[in-house]
Write a protein that binds this ligand. Structure first.
Ligand code: RTP
Ligand code: MG
Length: 139
């Protein structure tokens, strides 16, 4: 069954020139890019996106980071797209969790500056697609 997921190529990855590399990995995996947009996230969108982390020690700096410059928001589609992209991304901490061969494992050093976001469930994906691409909201 086809699935949708919301991906962010975070400001660190855009600033370092990894947009093409990351989109290439997505395409080579076989996922379909069905929406793609470069933008700087407003604080309210970033706060809604990461609302589940409100109150965590890293939350203020996470919002500052994610709004610090342009990012690329994308919707990907494909069979098991949510898990497929999270496999490409690797674990949250690029050194402790992400394996070499993943985006974070190959290019990251810090838990915060970990290059990409991918939705973690069908419910998160639909919520996040509605937030970043309102015209693609499921209902
Ligand atoms: P994401 O939501 O961005 O796809 O990443 P994730 O599911 O792998 O990780 P999550 O636990 O949802 O954390 C969201 C983002 O917060 C930053 N973070 N910093 N200890 C730290 O400094 C720390 N922990 C998490 C990362 O940017 C992480 O992707
Ligand atoms: Mg997450």
């Amino acid at each position: 069954m086809t699935e949708r997921t919301l991906v962010l190529i975070k400001p660190d990855a855009v600033a370092r020139g990894y947009v093409g590399e990351i989109l290439g990995r997505i395409e080579r995996k076989g996922l379909t890019i069905s929406a793609l947009d470069l933008r700087t996230a407003p604080t309210d969108v970033a706060a809604t996106h990461y609302a589940e982390h409100e109150g965590r020690p890293f939350y203020p700096s996470l919002l500052e980071f994610i709004t610090s410059g342009p990012l690329v928001a994308a919707v990907l589609e494909g069979p098991r797209a949510i898990a497929a992209f999270r496999q490409l991304a690797g674990g949250t901490d690029p050194v402790e969790k992400a394996l070499p061969g993943t985006i974070r494992g190959d290019f990251g050093l810090e838990a915060q500056h970990n290059l990409v976001h991918g939705s973690d469930s069908v419910e998160s994906a639909e919520r996040e697609i509605g937030l970043w691409f309102p015209h693609l909201a499921s209902r």
